[in-house]
Design a protein around this ligand. Structure first.
Ligand code: ST9
Length: 400
């Protein structure tokens, strides 16, 4: 039954209002996943140093270029996708000089490109989910490009034709843990609102951070790429056709004390500045085990972490190597993370969605019979703070 909506008021369905006040059944689950990348520029990593120094007219910085080549070889990346291209760099020479103001021009460009990229990923997730976009009750959008209000969450809701009562949240500058944070929030929303269906969207364009290579930005410039991921999250009862891909069993957020200076981003008049401390991979390695024990509680498989499947944000090759070492993981346990790093680079908050997508693809391909992908798993994402988002996952048998 729909209430009268005189004077342009939004229609409210009574049943909907009642049911949203009740809790859902069981843990939330991911019901569909979509990903997207810009179609314009794909740069092979072995060509990246030559391309970026040429595009930014810094070929004369020969030592820096040699260092960039050395770093690129060690990243475990083969190619990355970018929205920005030689033409747009040429048209905005202020992007190359951090002393010049360029924030307005960058915001201008991302304000259409970010929601469109998110739309591409979300459209795929909604199509896989099989229900109309108007059945989405909540939207959680994460990006490091949001510097205005109303923001990308409203633009995406409009592009997708979501209903006017959709409950929107935007997460800004969460960096590489943004996808993990958005999924954690979506779990809480879905479990606490009967019938809720949450669209998680993460879209990242390096355009807001991009600059000419210098002594401080080489690592970020060698690692980051552009992409978007979307996930539909909901809890039971499930409607016909809805099938949980990953149950989201429990989740924690941990901040490593006294590390706020190690990893960070800041909006400036020249775009978004970032800082990646050299200690990041070591700090994550030292803290990840305790963080997992806290997330699993008494069920923690402390004796052998190989009993799980792993969805780890590939922040950098060294981070994955350190996790392999401290958890004593068998070769291949982080294969989905390494695959995503190799094919796309680090797409900050969106990357974890690509890893989940790759895991479910591998699971399906093996008919649920891949020993590296058991029923229970862990998801990890890291970012400024240093913050670690961790989640216990369960992949229901394919025919459950
Ligand atoms: C059209 C084109 C457009 C392009 C646009 C691109 C724009 C990109 C901008 C996007 C920025 C986005 C920022 C987002 C910020 C959020 C970040 C996060 O939340 S989480 C992010 C989490 N991710 C991370 O924190 C990255 C994790 N790091 C790694 O995975 C690895 O360190 C590695 C793969 C980068 C290098 O492999 P590894 O085995 O370590 O190799 P080696 O030991 O041999 O070192 C090679 C050289 O690199 C040096 N060096 C190393 N690190 C640093 C540093 N931090 N600092 C400085 N230098 C560093 C080292 O000293 C050596 O120098 P040299 O002796 O040759 O002179």
């Amino acid at each position: 039954m729909t209430k009268a909506n005189g004077n342009g008021a939004v229609p409210v369905r009574e049943g909907q209002r009642r049911s949203m006040q009740q809790h859902a059944q069981g843990p939330a689950a991911m019901l569909a996943i979509g990903t997207a990348n810009p179609t314009g520029v794909v740069i092979p990593q072995d060509q990246f140093a030559d391309d970026i120094f040429r595009m930014t007219k810094t070929d004369h910085l020969t030592q820096l270029k040699e260092k960039m080549k050395r770093i690129c070889q060690k990243t475990g990346i083969e190619k990355r996708y970018f929205h920005v291209n030689e033409e747009s760099i040429g048209a905005n020479p202020e992007f190359l000089d951090r002393k010049l103001p360029s924030l307005d021009a960058r915001i201008d460009m991302v304000s259409t490109a970010v929601p469109k990229l998110a739309q591409s990923a979300a459209t795929k997730a909604i199509a896989e989910w099989g229900r109309p976009a108007t059945d989405i009750t909540h939207l959680v959008f994460s990006t490091y490009s949001a510097c205005q209000a109303p923001s990308f969450d409203l633009q995406l809701a409009t592009l997708l034709g979501l209903r006017p009562t959709v409950s929107r949240t935007i997460l800004s500058l969460n960096g590489c843990y943004g996808g993990g944070r958005a999924l954690h929030l979506a779990k809480q929303l879905a479990e606490n609102n009967h019938g809720a269906r949450v669209l998680v969207a993460c879209a990242e364009l390096t355009l807001v951070c991009f600059g000419a290579p210098d002594g401080s930005n080489l690592i970020g410039t060698a690692l980051f790429g552009d992409g978007a991921g979307a996930v539909i999250v909901g809890a039971g009862p499930f409607s016909e056709g809805e099938r949980p891909l990953f149950e989201m069993v429990s989740a924690t957020q941990t901040t490593i004390p006294r590390t706020e200076h190690v990893l960070g981003m800041q909006v400036s008049r020249a775009g978004v500045d970032f800082h990646l401390g050299i200690q990041v991979p070591t700090l994550i390695g030292q803290n990840v085990k305790q963080c997992l024990i806290d997330t699993f509680g008494t069920d923690a498989p402390c004796s052998d972490w190989n009993d799980l499947f792993w969805a780890v944000h590939p922040g950098g090759r060294q981070i994955l190597d350190n996790i392999d070492t401290v958890l004593k993981l068998e070769p291949g346990k982080l294969a989905a993370s390494r695959h995503v790093l190799r094919e796309y680079g680090n797409m900050s908050g969106a990357t974890i969605v690509f890893v989940l997508d790759e895991l479910r693809r591998r699971r399906k391909e093996a008919g649920g019979d891949n020993p590296l992908l058991p029923e229970w798993g862990a998801m990890l994402a890291f970012g400024p703070g240093i913050t670690i988002e961790a989640m216990v996952l369960r992949a229901p048998p394919l025919h459950e």
